[in-house]
Design a binder for this molecule. Structure first.
Ligand SMILES: [Zn+2]
Ligand SMILES: [Zn+2]
Length: 172
């Protein structure tokens, strides 16, 4: 009887993990974290705690996770690292980030928000995954790199404090 039950449970667990892995396209480790979060409704608990601890921040639902200065955090659709992304956006709010003019300044803000997210992860018992953070920062750097390329000659342009890009080759 018990053997049959444990067999059923482990089969169900395996199916659930595989399902999560394919839906969210994540590793086994992340699927397990996700399972635990769903089972204990951690997503909901985390949001409730954040609302209580930071009444100055406004939480709104949206399509993707983002921070809208001065104090609105937009909640994206549920995904593999929702909790971590949520804490990153809260990090922006707590760092008092406003607008930025240059991309270098923006990159610095991204780093600051992740550092803040790390301490929030420790506080709320969320796994801070360096791999995910590095991946986020990498895709950000790639985007910056593309953006700064001169559309005419392909050289990397520089940005003046007003946010404008200038090509050292084409504008000389
Ligand atoms: Zn950010
Ligand atoms: Zn150029």
């Amino acid at each position: 009887m018990f053997d049959k039950m444990s067999l059923l449970i482990s089969a169900a667990w395996r199916t659930l993990l595989n399902e999560l892995k394919s839906v969210f396209i994540i590793s086994k480790k992340h699927a397990i974290i996700k399972c635990i979060n769903i089972l204990f409704k951690m997503d909901k608990v985390l949001l409730d705690r954040l609302r209580k601890d930071f009444p100055e921040i406004r939480f709104r639902s949206g399509v993707k996770f983002l921070f809208r200065p001065p104090r609105t955090v937009v909640l994206g659709a549920d995904e593999a690292h929702s909790e971590l992304l949520l804490l990153h956006e809260v990090g922006h709010a707590l760092c008092g980030h406003r607008t930025f003019t240059t991309d270098v300044r923006r990159l610095k803000m991204e780093r600051e928000a992740w550092t803040k997210a790390k301490s929030l992860c420790a506080k709320y018992g969320i796994v801070y995954d360096d791999e995910v953070v590095e991946h986020e920062l990498d895709s950000y750097r790639e985007w910056l790199d593309k953006k700064s390329r001169c559309p005419r000659c392909g050289l990397t342009r520089f940005q003046t404090p007003d946010g404008q890009y200038h090509c050292p080759r084409c504008e000389s």
